[in-house]
Design a protein around this ligand. Structure first.
Ligand code: NAP
Length: 297
């Protein structure tokens, strides 16, 4: 019987918690750390050890995985004297699954190379439901031998797993897909407000659009919550604004124009400004109703 590697898991937010649960349920021994320590309790109840810092979590474990909010969160958990990389053993593997910029990822790569730690960038597509069900799409780039070591773990968390290059390719692809998903919410908002103005029934309209040529996996995934107008967050408007900013900054660095992304980014400001920053990003449809003066009974 092969021994499973010991895992340090850093970041137990909406995504990290269900992903770490899947590894614990698959028999991996976990050491967990979260900035707000109370979120460790569920995994400790399943037998995980708790660590007081990212560095303490990384110490003595074979693989360190982070799933945190953004660039500054990754910087806080990965870099510096108390970070995961400085405290991981030489030869350990650090996998970051957060959605962050290529720029911070390059800094993490440099620190990892200096410390003799292998580094995989492995952001995910899918949301909390897929995370709990092990159905994420995992995009991974970094050394190919590190990817081969990580693949059994990825198979516990993901349904589709892609190895797409040796450097920052996964960062670029993740942001490309997310701007398309965000723009899909904006298209849906415009279509639904237009349809409502024309007297269409809300639920019929959502169903028919989902089954039309304009339907897509993300629209299908959102059909029931849209019909129920359930805008509790799986991925917030503020998180989407963050990903648009990452894409726009990286694209500007490469002189790639993203005019549609730039326009829709303004509407995420309007979402936040109208108090919808912590709502699901598909609450965009409400914003368009407001702009159109549509009053629902
Ligand atoms: N939600 C989705 O549907 C979805 C889908 C795909 C990818 N993603 C990406 O996955 C990542 C995590 O998303 P999420 O929805 O799980 O976010 P979340 O619920 O907001 O959780 C964020 C996590 O990051 C930690 N964190 C934030 N700032 C930190 C800092 N400065 N130092 C250390 N830890 C910090 C939080 O700790 P506390 O608990 O202490 O706040 C928490 O563990 C993000 O990059 C997101 O873009 C999300």
């Amino acid at each position: 019987m092969t021994t499973l590697p010991n895992i340090a898991w850093i970041g137990l937010g909406k995504m990290g918690l269900p992903m770490a649960h899947r590894l614990a349920d698959a028999g991996y021994k976990l050491t967990v750390h979260n900035r707000s320590m109370d979120k460790c309790a569920e995994l400790v109840a399943k037998g995980a050890k708790e660590a007081a810092s990212a560095g303490a979590a990384a110490t003595g474990n074979d693989i360190v995985i982070s799933m945190v909010a953004d660039d500054s969160a990754l910087e806080a958990v990965a870099l510096g004297n108390n970070g995961a990389i400085a405290n991981a053993a030489k030869g350990a593997l650090f996998i970051d699954m957060s959605t962050v910029s290529p720029a911070i990822s390059i800094r993490v790569a440099a620190a990892a190379a200096q410390a003799g730690v292998q580094y995989l960038r492995s952001p995910v597509n899918g949301s909390v439901i897929q995370a709990a069900a092990g159905g994420l799409v995992i995009l991974s780039s970094g050394p190919d031998d590190a990817f081969r070591s990580a693949k059994p773990l990825f198979e516990v968390m993901g349904g589709k797993i892609f190895y797409i290059g040796a450097d920052e390719q996964a960062r670029y692809l993740k942001l490309s897909i997310n701007i398309m998903i965000g723009i899909t919410a904006s298209m849906m908002g415009e279509a639904l407000a237009f349809g409502e103005a024309g007297g269409l029934d809300w639920a019929d309209m959502v169903d028919i659009i989902a089954s039309s040529a304009a339907g897509s996996p993300v629209i299908n995934y959102k059909t029931d919550t849209l019909k129920d107008r359930d805008f509790r967050p799986a991925f917030t408007a503020r998180q989407m604004a963050k990903d648009f900013d990452l894409a726009l900054t990286s694209a500007a660095d490469a002189n790639v124009p993203l005019p549609v992304t730039a326009l829709v980014r303004q509407q995420w400001n309007a979402m936040i400004g109208t108090g919808r920053g912590e709502a699901d990003f598909f609450a965009y449809v409400e914003l368009l109703e407001d702009l159109a003066g549509i009053k629902r009974s």
